[in-house]
Design a protein around this ligand. Structure first.
Ligand SMILES: [Zn+2]
Length: 135
């Protein structure tokens, strides 16, 4: 039956939209080092993006590979228990990400997703940000 307790499950679920996670901090640090000005978690924008760069009309989401299903990524493994629960959960996460992305694009924002696995290497991350902003 259900081997995950209710308490444990709610803790896991709250992790879906965890703020101030390691990967997110790494992106902030890199953006700051490059001198890009950004704001955090603007509540007035759909999905409350992790980093918002108003001058560059760009928002960045830092997505966990597991929660947001980074296809082909080694962190995007499948759980072995509660499979139905997780399948439904993942489906909803991906659908929400798509909806949020569309809403932001309709509002004139460029939407960039950085995956957790892209944030481990500081140099690589800075290169990626430069590439995104072409400067
Ligand atoms: Zn990944």
């Amino acid at each position: 039956m259900d081997i995950v307790t209710r308490e444990h499950r709610s803790r896991m679920m709250s992790g879906i939209r965890g703020k101030n996670t390691g990967p997110e901090l790494a992106v902030r640090k890199a953006a700051h080092a490059l001198g890009y000005r950004f704001r955090l978690h603007r509540k007035d924008l759909s999905g409350s993006p992790d980093l918002v760069f108003p001058a560059r009309n760009t928002v960045i989401f830092v997505h966990g590979c597991y929660w947001h299903r980074h296809e082909g990524c080694r962190y995007c493994y499948n759980p072995k228990s509660n499979v139905e629960f997780w399948t439904e959960k993942f489906k909803n996460n991906v659908a929400r990400d798509q909806r949020v992305g569309q809403e932001l694009q309709q509002g004139g924002w460029r939407v960039v997703t950085l995956w957790e696995c892209e944030t481990a290497d500081d140099d690589g991350l800075r290169k990626r940000l430069k590439q995104i902003f072409r400067s």
